[in-house]
Design a protein around this ligand. Structure first.
Ligand code: AMP
Length: 402
């Protein structure tokens, strides 16, 4: 299957070709033709599956015909949970839309609002936004929604997790009733279904299972380690294996800062990103990481959401996440779009419960290893994989889209 067979127009095919994508990913094969029909779409897909292009490409194609937006009006609105993800979707829109005469912009909080207002003044075909800043702009009369033809909710599950539901409902109440709505989410939880039921009209439903996209390309394992020796073990692993681009997850912002400082002192250049860092600091850290000026990026779950570095080779869970699903999100940062990746977790005795939840979720035991001098006194108990693991619920009335 080629991109041309999906019905994309020449200016988009040219942009895709320049990215050297040869084959559409499974979500792209399903979502692109679905979105092109103009119908509502509800898609369950993890990041790392090519989901951004799966809605950006057909969205741009649909906007390539039709009227120009009036001043301060927009034709398509993409809502994302974080600034990083907004910036990344914006980059995708620019990349794929470079041969189409469409105007786009990205708006998010933490930076000056005036330049964003200036961009909106001329009218935009695509606006990528985080919910809070969008409402600020609306309240200042800088954006009008009466010309919105398409709404995209990207990473809807994360938006709900982050408490954006009221903002989202408010924004939706301001949009024209007649529009196309696309909802992308890593999972279809009860809350997401409830949101979708009031929002989407007879949607085409698409599910791409996360196991297929991550487990096959990511090698996962864990080190059993004494809690007090995690930092030393991590430093040793990075140095001995000569890892040059490592994304490390910690549970807390404070822990991220402390670890980045320690590594840098140990001559492993590192930076931390989390919600308390200014937008400038986050953007700089990410840029430095992408071009290998720093070897390690230490991140909290929320800050890491949306980080897109093609072929990121190593992800380390310095601490296991509290929520088992976050493990899948974290390791989805490596082995993206078919490239090989390695995900390592440093697990101490206190984390046995979190480990058990994760292994039950992914329905496999992570291979264990120990390094002499770092292992805990007592081995971490082996997880009993329950037979009663809930499989992700299937949509009630699945519509098969070919
Ligand atoms: P996403 O799931 O949208 O975050 O995309 C994950 C990564 O896959 C990004 O780095 C994209 O540039 C890349 N990508 C998207 N579609 C394709 C494709 N068809 N072939 C190869 N890489 C792709």
């Amino acid at each position: 299957m080629s991109f041309a067979e999906l019905g994309l127009v020449a200016p988009l095919l040219r942009a895709v070709q320049e990215k050297n994508y040869t084959t559409p990913s499974p979500i792209q094969q399903q979502a692109i033709p679905a979105v092109l029909t103009g119908k509502d779409v509800m898609a369950a897909a993890q990041t790392g599956t090519g989901k951004t292009a799966s809605f950006t490409l057909p969205l741009l194609q649909r906007l390539s015909t039709g009227f120009k937006p009036k001043s301060n009006h927009i034709r398509a609105l993409v809502l994302t949970p974080t600034r990083e993800l907004a910036a990344q979707v914006g980059e995708n829109v620019d990349t794929y839309g470079k041969y189409l005469p469409l105007k786009s912009a990205v708006v998010y909080g933490g930076v000056k609002i005036n330049p964003q207002m200036m961009k909106l003044r001329a009218g935009l075909d695509v606006l990528v936004a985080t919910p809070g800043r969008l409402l600020d702009l609306y309240n200042q009369n800088a954006v009008h929604f009466s010309q919105v033809e398409i709404l995209v909710l990207d990473e809807a599950d994360r938006m709900l997790d982050m408490g954006f539901i009221r903002d989202i409902r408010k924004i939706i109440s301001l949009l024209p009733k007649k529009r196309q709505t696309l909802l992308f989410s890593a999972t279809f939880s009860g809350d997401i279904r409830q949101l979708a039921s009031g929002l989407l009209l007879e949607p085409i439903q698409i599910e791409i299972s996360p196991e297929k996209t991550t487990a096959e390309t990511v090698t996962q394992s864990l080190y059993e380690v004494d809690k007090s020796k995690k930092t030393a073990l991590l430093t040793k692993l990075i140095k001995d294996n000569n890892w040059t681009q490592v994304l490390v997850f910690t549970r807390t912002k404070h822990g991220a800062d402390r670890l980045a400082k320690y590594l840098t002192k140990e001559h492993v250049p590192a930076a931390a990103i989390h919600g308390d860092k200014s937008q400038g600091a986050r953007t700089r850290a990410l840029a430095d990481f992408k071009v290998n000026h720093i070897r390690v990026l230490v991140a909290t779950d929320i800050a890491a959401r949306g980080i897109d570095i093609s072929a990121l080779p190593h992800v380390v869970n310095y601490e296991l996440p509290n929520v088992a699903e976050d493990y899948v999100h974290r390791i989805g940062r490596t082995g993206r779009a078919g490239s090989e990746g390695e995900a390592i977790s440093l697990v101490c005795a206190e984390e046995a419960e979190s480990l058990s939840a994760i292994e039950n979720l992914i329905r496999q035991h992570l291979p264990r290893q120990q390094l002499a001098g770092f292992a805990p006194v007592e081995a971490i108990p082996v997880t009993k994989l329950s037979d009663k693991v809930k499989k992700p619920k299937k949509p009630k009335k699945p519509k098969v889209f070919n």
